[in-house]
Design a protein around this ligand. Structure first.
Ligand code: CTP
Length: 400
């Protein structure tokens, strides 16, 4: 659940800091990125070098790097993170968190963080039970911070009781629980998504393409990933950035897209084919730029393979195929014909219109399934449409 999550680990001074390299290692093992920020007194118990090595990033303690003069910008650190964990959090840091003091990088970063924050207190048992500490622990929870309560056991003082920092495994568990995706039909499914246009070369500088931006496919990829699916994206030439952490194969032509899909689809449970594939390619691709010597130029176009149809007709019984149909007229009839001819489980009809379709941030779709279920959406953002599509397919049990 912590895969690709960005975790800011704030370490304050206390003997439990010696356990933090192990905590970093466990976060990293779960696939998270970790940025360590220490208070100066934490460095009496653990070294910056150790933390930098295990986190694979320079661990920070100063506002300025004396050698390079660069500023360790607490606002950027705070905005970067998906989660902040303060472990161990001693009584001094706890009270400064409550009062909003900011005399070190950890505290300024905490005040700038917009992400959820976890606090794992660690102190001796009498300090821990002191009314002021207990009040502070209550206050931070009232403010929405998550408490990972101290554990009972032998303490550095030689006494025994409550005050030990929660074991690193328990801290990781607390974050895992928070980020766990609720059960749904897409969770742990392996899904292939095609997106964007394809470009068919005429010569080294010219091509035949279409106006697809690839945004619908990218929103589907994001929604799938939020629902806990393992996504494989095959992306035609698009100027949009691919969502972080998504395994992506970039292709240009329909033929390249077919080859990438043929490699990936056998290991997937579902294919969602949102790419606007060029139906034709140029028969003779010129290796050098064609000069404009003639008044007319006729290109001979030949049909590209239908990627969706090829994969749908050869799929394994458990695999599902969801297609798209882009139409300007007789839309429902054409979409339903494609659903049948390509033997799909469902088809998403995109009617080219003023408020929807290519190049637009919004879209409205109609969904038809092989079991005659259907749904028509309003004009919504492509992000909303992606979520509606996935929820409908799940509700209709298309994935089973
Ligand atoms: N598709 C594909 N390979 C192609 C053409 C289309 O995989 N060579 C897929 C698209 O990704 C989409 C579906 O087939 O999911 C329908 O695409 P669309 O362009 O609407 O229809 P076509 O089948 O190409 O038919 P036509 O252009 O005649 O409407």
């Amino acid at each position: 659940m912590l895969k690709n999550k960005r975790i800011l680990l704030g370490i304050s001074g206390g003997i439990a800091a010696y356990k933090t390299p192990e905590l970093v290692r466990l976060f990293k093992k779960s696939g998270a990125e970790v940025q360590v920020v220490c208070t100066p007194s934490a460095l009496q118990f653990v070294t910056l070098k150790t933390l930098s090595v295990v986190s694979e990033r320079p661990a920070l303690v100063d506002f300025f790097d004396e050698e390079t003069g660069s500023w360790n910008h607490h606002v950027n650190l705070g905005l970067w993170a998906d989660a902040m964990v303060i472990a161990p959090c001693g009584s001094n840091t706890l009270s400064k968190i409550v009062s909003g003091q900011c005399d070190n990088l950890l505290l300024t970063t905490y005040l700038s963080a917009r992400c959820p924050v976890w606090v794992a207190p660690a102190m001796d048992l009498d300090m821990y039970m002191h009314p002021s500490v207990q009040e502070h622990l209550q206050t931070i929870q009232n403010r929405g911070l998550h408490l990972i309560d101290a554990e009972i056991g032998p303490l550095a003082s030689g006494l025994e009781g409550k005050g030990r920092m929660a074991e690193p495994e328990h801290i990781v568990q607390a974050l895992n629980q928070f980020f766990e995706v609720p059960n749904n039909g897409w969770k742990n499914k392996k899904v292939l998504v095609t997106a964007g246009p394809t470009f068919e070369a005429i010569d080294p500088v010219r091509f035949i393409g279409n106006r697809s931006s690839g945004l619908m496919g990218i929103e589907i990829v994001k929604a799938l990933s939020e629902k806990g699916a393992e996504v494989h994206l095959v992306m035609g030439p698009s100027s949009l950035p691919v969502p972080e952490g998504i395994e992506t194969v970039h292709v240009e032509s329909a033929q390249e897209m077919l080859e990438a899909c043929q490699t990936l689809f056998p290991k997937c449970d579902v294919g969602i084919f949102s790419a606007a594939v060029s139906d034709y390619r140029v028969e003779e691709v010129h290796l050098e730029k064609v000069k404009k010597t003639n008044e007319n130029w006729t290109l001979n176009l030949i049909k590209n393979p239908d990627i969706l149809k090829t994969l749908s007709l050869t799929r394994l019984p458990h695999q599902k195929c969801i297609g798209f149909a882009l139409e300007t007229h007789n839309s429902e009839e054409y979409a339903k014909r494609k659903l049948e001819e390509k033997q799909l489980d469902a088809i998403v009809l995109n009617e080219v219109g003023e408020n929807s379709g290519f190049q637009s941030k919004n879209n409205s779709v109609k969904i038809f399934t092989k079991n005659n279920q259907q749904f028509a959406s309003d004009v919504r953002s492509k992000c909303d449409i992606a979520n509606i599509l996935l929820e409908k397919l799940d509700d209709w049990k298309i994935l089973e």
